[in-house]
Design a protein around this ligand. Structure first.
Ligand code: GDP
Ligand code: MG
Length: 297
């Protein structure tokens, strides 16, 4: 159904207690300007979060430093409430000094952990606001032939702190075989450089075959090649989000054209709880252990 994003199934993933309170999820997007990140976010959540954005001229952008921009979206579907925080990083990679870019991102992630750690040790532990970053969508351009050194460097700074999910944006500019080759090259570079991407959990053996097949397909699709659009077209009486070309319209939700739906399903319908759990059990635990050992020395 085109009017649903798909988080109506969240209660199946979560405990009853949190259903009443509503869910909180923080998604960060990282990558250079112009890769289609904001458009992708709008497409994923059926909104227009960035319509008032003024794009600064290039000269200004070059001097600009990376900023952190947080937008919050309260959405409700089938009486399930989700508070979605989107952390955008405009200016990322635009500065002459790339070191600065990853530092801003890393500092932000650490600061949220630190805040959570303080809150958790404080008196008001029952109502902690969880602003920790649960997932980082890392945008890779479609025109390269793999990861660039900068991508590798940034991901190595991030992978122990956050769940990284790589997306190849603007996949409509690539043929099917180009997508396949780019994905294979990226996976090769990820492995060769010891980068730990978000690891999809093993499928329970008691799941039905349909579920297992879907799960396997999802894992095989990494890194997701996606298309985004802010334009809605009417085709055959149905409204679709798409991109127009002289030869026709590409429907971003068409699974033959991109992994957009897989990404959305993964983020929202099937793996949101696991992304939160991994943040808590792995990344936050790492941070906590470091804090505690620093206090003791
Ligand atoms: P951001 O700077 O990474 O947030 O990029 P934007 O979302 O602002 O998009 C930059 C430009 O790329 C805009 O002109 C978009 O219309 C275009 N764009 C966004 N997504 C796609 C896509 O999937 N395919 C193509 N061909 N262009 C896209
Ligand atoms: Mg943007």
């Amino acid at each position: 159904d085109r009017d649903y994003i798909g988080f109506g199934s969240l209660p199946l993933q979560y405990h009853r207690k949190s259903v009443k309170r509503g869910f909180e999820f923080t998604l960060m997007v990282v990558g250079e300007s112009g890769l289609g990140k904001s458009t992708l976010i709008n497409s994923l959540f059926l909104t227009d979060l960035y319509k008032n954005r003024q794009v600064p001229p290039v000269a200004e952008r070059l001097e600009k430093t990376t900023r952190i921009e947080k937008k919050t979206l309260d959405i409700e579907e089938k009486s399930v409430r989700l508070r979605l925080n989107v952390i955008d990083t405009p200016g990322f990679g635009d500065a002459v000094n790339c070191d600065e870019s990853w530092r801003v991102v890393v500092d932000y992630i650490d600061e949220q952990f630190r805040q959570y750690f303080m809150d958790e040790s404080g008196l008001n532990r029952k109502n902690i606001q969880d602003n920790r970053v649960h997932c980082c969508l890392y945008a890779v351009p479609p025109w390269g032939h793999s990861l660039r050194q900068m991508d590798i460097d940034v991901m190595r700074r991030l992978h122990k702190k956050v769940n990284i999910v790589i997306v190849i944006t603007k996949a409509d500019t690539l043929t099917t075989s180009e997508v396949k080759r780019l994905k294979a090259n990226i996976i090769r570079d990820v492995e060769a450089n010891g980068i730990q991407l978000y690891k999809f959990p093993e499928c329970d053996s008691d799941e039905d075959d349909d579920f297992k097949r879907q799960d396997e397909e999802l894992k095989q699709s990494v890194p997701f090649a996606v298309i985004g659009s802010n334009s809605i077209f009417e085709v055959g009486g149905k409204k679709i989000r798409g991109r127009q070309y002289p030869w026709g319209i590409v429907d971003v939700e068409n699974p033959n054209h991109s992994d957009f739906i897989k990404l959305r399903t993964m983020l929202i319908a099937t793996h949101m709880q696991d992304l939160c759990d991994t943040t808590q059990d792995v990344h936050y635990e790492n941070f906590r252990a470091q804090c505690i050992s620093q206090i003791q020395h």
